[in-house]
Design a binder for this molecule. Sequence first.
Ligand code: ATP
Length: 243
Amino acid sequence: MLRVQNIEVVYSKMILVLKGTSLEVPKGKIVALLGSNGAGKSTTLKAISGLLKGEGGQITDGFIEFEGEKISANVDPDSIVKKGIFQSMEGRRVFKHLTVEENLMAGAHTRRDRKSIKNDMERIYHYFPKLKMIRTRAAGLLSGGEQQMLAIGRGLMAKPKLLLLDEPSLGIAPLLVKEIFGNIKKINKEEGMSILVVEQNANVALSIADYGYIMENGRIVMEGEVASLLSNEEVREYYLGVS
Ligand code: ATP
């Protein structure tokens, strides 16, 4: 479904951040992109979702294909959203003064089918029951984990085909992290949603993923089915913290 082929990215025309990164997200699968701080994971997502340009970044080589069609290079984020790719940002961008429900409505702004929007709201509440309980609360008053759920829920309102998640576990209490990843798995299972998730927390990402890539210094250094990554000594020692 998604194919990133050998892309190179520079910021400010000087710093080479991605040095030939390739990965694939097959339809209906969860793929984890792992690696340490500054490896280039967020940059990879931004290259896919068109958010690079706004940050002074640029794809200088390689290409990105979505459903057999080339979407690179350096397009704007709106056109990518229209193609069916939604990225939930690191740091959870929700409209703080709007209620949970209003935030979800805002996520449907690209759609015209008003009638089914209500049904979709129920669909989001099915995946994130917690959001239903707090639907009239201002988003700014939610905990970090609840805001993360809302940010993902809002993205689902646009009915994407591919969900890009940037560090959903960041700054969230461990119990909620487990819950959120459980919710993400449920979305994948019940809707066949294709998902590319970037995480520093390799343990939790591999607990729901089908396939994983490990990135270091702008390059993919290892990849494989989750079972094989979990049994790999190097992965266990450096990325999972077990030996
Ligand atoms: P993290 O988990 O810390 O976000 P990451 O693997 O997602 O790490 P990136 O955020 O993609 O890594 O950053 C990769 C490199 O690109 C870093 O060295 C970073 O300093 C640099 N970088 C990121 N954004 C910009 C920018 N807008 N301008 C210049 N350099 C940037």
